[in-house]
Design a protein around this ligand. Structure first.
Ligand SMILES: [Cu+2]
Length: 267
């Protein structure tokens, strides 16, 4: 009996060990290119580990049961009739409840750290319009955060394209250019149906709703070109509704901005 328990503890430890190792060493996600990405990935890794523990544990239990409880040669009758097992039922209700509760609280914490729980601020120069109702996305800025040097972009989504208006330069671009390590504030509006702005490398996604502007802020941390994907089924060519975000260093961004701007303004 003692031996059996030791084996069981050993196997459970192995399952946990393997799951944690895979969860923290096998990366299934794209590059981390914004300050939100590492925070989001923390949660993903924990969920991945929990999933692996259940998957590996169940697979082992099924394989073990196949051999241990298979029909013996001389067995012809039915199995023993089992009816109810209170302690088992308590355990398999309690453990998942605790796991779900922990995931819920942890998710809330992650969303809060990404800025999702901050109060919506209406006094932003770009986002202030008297009776307009605006919904905030994640990383909602406070008043102080949105200084004048903050990069503001107005995003228009329509079937089936994104357009990026740079109010300070008075031009519209089909590509979103942003300087690395700078906070970008976007005010997003849809011309027709619901779209969604999604950059997998930034781990951000925000709906764009007709008649209901949404705000999304992010800080890119890695130079490169990343896809912007519409993540809301918005019509027959939804799958082709893509754009690019180009994260470049400050001077490259300024060159690009100055090449495109219509009016003489200082950055
Ligand atoms: Cu769309």
């Amino acid at each position: 009996m003692l031996n059996k328990n030791i084996y069981l503890i050993l196997i459970i430890s192995c399952v946990f060990g393997i799951s944690f190792w895979i969860g923290f060493n096998v990366n299934l996600l794209p590059a981390e290119a914004s300050i939100n990405a590492p925070i989001y990935d923390e949660l993903f890794k924990i969920l991945f580990v929990i999933g692996l523990i259940i998957f590996i544990g169940m697979t082992l239990a099924v394989i073990y049961s196949l051999f241990k409880f298979k029909r013996r040669k001389d067995e012809i009758g039915d199995g023993i009739a089992l009816e109810g097992n209170l302690s088992l039922e308590i355990i398999w209700t309690l453990i998942p409840s605790i796991i779900v509760l922990i995931i819920g609280i942890y998710s809330y914490n992650i969303y809060d750290r990404m800025g999702g729980m901050k109060e919506l601020n209406h006094s932003h120069e770009m986002m202030s319009s008297n009776n307009e109702k605006i919904w905030a996305g994640i990383s909602q800025s406070s008043n102080n955060d949105i200084a004048n040097n903050n990069l503001s972009v107005e995003v228009s989504a329509m079937q089936f394209a994104f357009l990026f208006n740079y109010p300070k330069g008075e031009f519209i671009s089909g590509e979103l250019h942003v300087p690395v390590n700078n906070k970008v504030s976007m005010r997003m509006e849809s011309k027709d149906v619901i779209h969604a702005f999604w950059v997998p490398e930034f781990r951000i996604k925000q709906d764009i709703i007709p008649g209901q502007p949404t705000i999304l802020n992010f800080t890119p941390t890695k130079i490169g070109k990343y896809p912007i994907i519409c993540a809301e089924l918005c019509g027959p060519y939804h799958g082709g509704m893509r754009a690019s975000i180009i994260v470049e260093d400050e001077s490259d961004y300024k060159d690009w901005f100055n090449k495109n701007k219509k009016t003489e303004v200082d950055l």
